[in-house]
Design a protein around this ligand. Structure first.
Ligand SMILES: [Zn+2]
Length: 232
């Protein structure tokens, strides 16, 4: 059974029109509605590591993997209570040099939003949610020397594991930037799987380091959302 891997960034009010990245904001109200609809349809909302046996066909059930990129504080404050209430788990991919700071890697015209501290990341994990890797500095991995890409991937994993006190198994490529050499580095670093921004549900034949994701956008209606979960 195909499994949707959903991708969110910010949960909260979007910045005004014309600000880059505006489509990456989903309001709390809309997010709550999307999660409740999944629950009503009989979906289990799971972190990537918990969804993998379903993606591989080892277990069968109606499952959606829920992922967040960048570790924004809004997810901790406003999405986590909704996930917890519904008994869902999720994965957040963290940028280790920006913990407790903001998304200063983005276009200078985009809004700056707070990122969780290591304490908040540990609490996220204590609630049963997954911590995934997303590099030290959120660079375009295809645009930097391979040695530097390796450092970005390996040091991020080490730092997050040290702070968490547990191994990481899931990785997300910043900006969805990946190729064969980068996938090899991620695998050699000890990750079990990695997600891209290829728009599809996961069918289990993609390769564990090229898992597709459906990005949920600010202006998605509930029908758009359901099409991503059930059809596309
Ligand atoms: Zn990111």
């Amino acid at each position: 059974m195909a499994v949707p891997i959903l991708l969110y960034h910010h949960i909260g009010m979007p910045p005004k029109a014309g600000i880059p990245g505006r489509s990456n904001y989903v309001t709390v109200k809309k997010f709550a509605k999307q999660m409740r609809v999944l629950k009503r349809l009989g979906f289990k909302g799971l972190s990537l590591r918990e969804a993998m046996p379903y993606i591989r066909g080892e277990k069968k059930d109606r499952v959606a993997a829920i992922t967040f990129d960048d570790g924004f504080l809004s997810v901790y404050q406003d999405a986590m209570p909704i996930l917890d209430e519904l008994g869902f788990s999720a994965t957040n991919f963290f940028v280790s040099s920006h913990m407790g700071l903001d998304n200063s890697w983005d276009n200078e015209r985009s809004e700056r939003n707070k990122i969780m501290t290591f304490d908040e990341m540990r609490d996220w994990a204590a609630h049963g949610h997954e911590v995934g890797g997303h590099t030290n500095d959120h660079l375009h991995l295809k645009d930097i020397p391979l040695q530097e890409a390796k450092r970005q991937i390996v040091e991020n994993k080490q730092k997050l594991e040290e702070e968490l006190g547990a191994p990481l198994v899931s990785f997300a490529y910043p900006f969805g930037d990946e190729n064969e050499a980068i996938r090899k580095i991620v695998k050699a670093a000890g990750y079990h799987f990695a997600v891209t921004t290829i728009k599809s549900r996961a069918r289990g034949n993609e390769g564990d380091y090229e898992l597709p994701r459906h990005s949920i956008r600010r202006n998605d209606t509930i029908l758009h959302f359901l099409a991503k979960c059930l059809l596309r």
